[in-house]
Design a protein around this ligand. Structure first.
Ligand SMILES: [Zn+2]
Length: 297
């Protein structure tokens, strides 16, 4: 059920059918190499969440394509001279405020559970902070987050290949050539995590016409290693991303990726996400706990 398609008088029934759950995608607008569009994260997440919401019969809030944690570093001049066309970044405090007011509004409409599906790496950190900060004030509803795809590395080529060997019927769309491609990436890994093989496959699944295979190797996705720390120290800083991934493409050129691999990646993602939605729509423990916390505050 898409929020924007409902008439006012239909909301009460929709909320009941949805078990009080409202789901939404949080993507972003930023460069994804030269082979994928800047809307990649919002577009693929929007479609996956929409299909899963239809399957689980839950309400989906409209995707706000431009709302996402694209570091402010992208909108200013930075040492790596990252190209800035198509990026939309904003003050992180603004994003937290918008999310806060948006969730309050969704809850005011009668929903008790809000699940935000992160379809962009940077949003996972933002949502970690946002969901924690929810306990700062008393409320009657719970905000939760999960990824929009790739649950427990489900989409790693080696895991897809293993699953395809166990259940060829589920993966009947894959050609012999596709299996060879997956085998190749299973051996090397995808090499990154941004505009890489997985993301390319997912966009092939959701928006095949927007993938430009002739641009797969137009730019390098290999890290420059400009700013690295000894791995045993576990130091992390976003500056490493800015310095090491100047093309905003982190991965091996996804050569061999096809629309049929995309179909498989989409199917895996929608099936798992629909399972998650169904689980949460039938789970009222989460709301009970948030109300108990409220009483003790
Ligand atoms: Zn992405």
């Amino acid at each position: 059920m898409k929020w924007e398609f409902l008439r006012e008088e239909e909301f009460e029934g929709a909320i009941e059918r949805s078990g009080g759950l409202c789901v939404m995608t949080l993507g972003c607008l930023e460069k994804h190499g030269q082979h994928l569009p800047v809307g990649t994260d919002s577009l693929k997440g929007d479609r996956i969440v929409e299909l899963a919401a239809e399957r689980a019969d839950v309400v989906m809030f409209p995707t706000t394509m431009w709302l996402g944690d694209v570091s402010s570093a992208h909108i200013f001049e930075n040492p790596s001279k990252t190209k800035k066309h198509g990026f939309i970044g904003m003050n992180p405090q603004t994003m937290l405020n918008v999310l806060e007011e948006l969730c309050d509004e969704i809850a005011r409409n009668g929903f008790t559970k809000i699940l935000i599906c992160a379809s962009h790496g940077g949003n996972s950190s933002l949502l970690g902070l946002f969901t924690r900060s929810q306990l700062y004030k008393k409320r009657d509803y719970i905000v939760m987050s999960c990824k929009a795809y790739d649950f427990a590395d489900q989409l790693d080529p080696k895991n897809v290949l293993e699953a395809a060997k166990k259940d060829p019927e589920y993966f009947s769309m894959l050609t012999e050539e596709d299996l060879k491609t997956l085998e190749r990436f299973a051996q090397t890994g995808t090499g990154g995590g941004h505009a890489d093989f997985k993301e390319t496959a997912l966009l092939y699944g959701t928006h095949p016409d927007l993938v430009a295979p002739d641009r797969f190797d137009a730019e390098s996705g290999i890290s420059t290693n400009r700013l690295t720390f000894p791995p045993q120290y576990g130091i992390s800083t976003y500056a490493s991303w800015i310095a090491n991934v100047p093309n905003v493409f982190s991965g091996y050129a996804p050569i061999g990726c096809t629309p049929t691999i995309g179909e498989a990646y989409l199917k895996l993602s929608v099936d798992r996400l629909a399972e998650i939605f169904t689980y949460l729509k039938n789970n009222d423990d989460c709301v009970d706990v948030i109300r108990e916390i409220k009483e003790t505050q």
